[in-house]
Design a protein around this ligand. Sequence first.
Ligand code: MLT
Ligand code: ZN
Length: 458
Amino acid sequence: MLKPSVLHKLKTIVGHEHLSTVPEELVAYSYDATQREALPWAVARPASANEISQLLVLANQERFPVVPRGAGTGMSGGSVPTEGGVVLSLERMRRILEIDEENMVAVVEPGVVTGDLQREVESRGLFYPPDPASHQFCTMGGNIAECAGGLRAVKYGVTKDYVLGLEVVLPTGDVITTGARTAKSVAGYDLTKLMVGSEGMLGVVTKIIVKLLPLPESVRTQAAFFLSVDDAARAASKILTSRILPRALEFIDHAALRAVEHYLKEDLSDGAMAMLIVEVDGPEETTARENSKIADIMAACGATRVSKADSASEREQLWKVRRSISPALYTIKPKKVNEDIVVPRSKIPDILREVGDIAKRYGILIVNFGHAGDGNIHTNIMIDESELQKAEEAAKEIFAAALRMGGSISGEHGIGIAKAPYLPMELKPDALAAMRRIKRALDPNNILNPGKMFSPGD
Ligand code: MLT
Ligand code: ZN
């Protein structure tokens, strides 16, 4: 709990109206998309790096936890204040500060919604590719913290591939800048890359410089339905080895399809067992050619129906289906344990088979969907509260399978609290120890987002 004198100082730093201890408000800042929750002691909504710096200096003096928060759409519990303390919401810092069209960079504050930045740059013929499924709600600061990926990663990479530089308030309150506004810069250690994906544990990002690309001339999207998961997985592999690089190649299994159909109250698939959505971009004639070639490949792999989205609204409809999966899954069971393993993409058919076997062995429903193009499959173990233990054992087996195939336990959701117990399955003790040393060097009093990523005793 915070002493009244500390609360008073916090109010002086951020302004009375931007510091709350009202229980109803605290609840709103207590959870993320994992269904995990813990109440903070207070919520602060600062408006500048200077205020954040003062707040962190106070946190070091008084030793209270500070948990940075974007929109709370995270999938690993990274912004859940598990040890109480002050939630530092970046919601007031939501300005697009600059779009430099000549040098193709944008400078934004952390509270900017990713979709808003995308729309703004697209209106100027530019393109910010990273697009987590939650892009209409998630914020750039959260994307930096988790190194968000998304649907277009197969062609365009993830958040870390676009961040050129940052302004960061370190846990001790020092304000630093990292990187540069240029494509090249090798001046010193790459602190930008260190911060991206550090899950709000090494600093609070207050300004973000991202690179932009020219907006592709055309985009074409199509969907195909299959009678088996195996056919769809084979089609995905075939597309990826045909010397075409789609900008999205998404896989949806039958349980996810049924859940979305129920959720959207639409029959989309005539009972199909799997669906692929494939999108290409580039010059008109190239996308037309690639689109046809992909349709032929999918038909040859047994697609029962291939539908090309001819208009913007048809495209939007396809992506609505895909982006509705996460909420739709709650219509199947009250709880989901959502993992986001990644494997080399040639192993997609193998991992899907193995996950199927694990589901059978545990007598548990596992729903698979996700970014087949980059090997990042979301395996959602659907359970009632009483099945949690079984789900955790199944998850461990899924992680082991992904690691055996040369993959990783998390492609884009991060470790947070959800995957902290499993991190030692992937990282050797020396690597974990090096990470802990970095954390201690930057945050000697462990005030910034404590209790995340590492389990006690790692
Ligand atoms: C997605 O791809 O839809 C997101 O990563 C969210 C999820 O896994 O549920
Ligand atoms: Zn995803």
